[in-house]
Design a protein around this ligand. Structure first.
Ligand code: SF4
Length: 157
């Protein structure tokens, strides 16, 4: 038995009594758990949401597609690193891919932010756009855009 959004706490406890490996932990109860009341899978066969290897997850995904709390369900699964079952319409593999895509996006955003701060610092040190472009390898248009944005953000450049 895998834990899924429609697994009741009682169901998990029952399973834990039966499973001495103790791999399944009770779902954490946190302030955002209200979405579970709207979970469409609560009215469906729980086994659909925990397909065995090779079994299709299409039926579960179809239910998820019409579920009003799909976004909350997916966010919960990502935050809690749920590694089995269908959550928010995604399989464990699809969630892993989404997570790694999100991490790559976040790393790129951080790198851009660092680059922009570096450009602003160079400008504050009196360098002109041409020099900054040469030193950073960026084109002048990008330098001007970063400086314009800094001014919009009320940074003295
Ligand atoms: S998105 Fe799917 S798994 Fe999540 S609560 Fe809705 S029906 Fe259940």
């Amino acid at each position: 038995m895998a834990v899924s959004p429609n697994t009741s706490i009682e169901g998990i406890d029952r399973f834990r009594h039966a499973d001495l490996s103790g791999h399944i932990m009770p779902l954490p109860r946190h302030r955002g758990d209200d979405w579970r009341k709207e979970a469409l899978c609560a009215e469906s066969d729980p086994e659909l949401f925990s397909p065995s290897t090779g079994e299709s997850a299409d039926a579960a995904k179809k239910i998820c597609a019409s579920c009003d709390v799909r976004a909350q369900c997916l966010a919960y699964a990502l935050e809690n690193d749920e590694r089995s079952g269908i959550w928010g319409g995604l399989s464990p593999l699809e969630r892993r891919r989404l997570r790694s895509k999100a991490s790559a996006h976040e790393r790129a955003r951080t790198a851009r932010r660092k680059r922009d701060l570096d450009v602003v610092a160079q400008r504050q040190n009196g360098r002109d756009a041409t020099t900054i472009a040469r030193v950073t390898g960026l084109n002048e248009r990008t330098i001007h855009r970063i400086i314009r944005q800094a001014r919009t953000d009320q940074i003295a450049v």
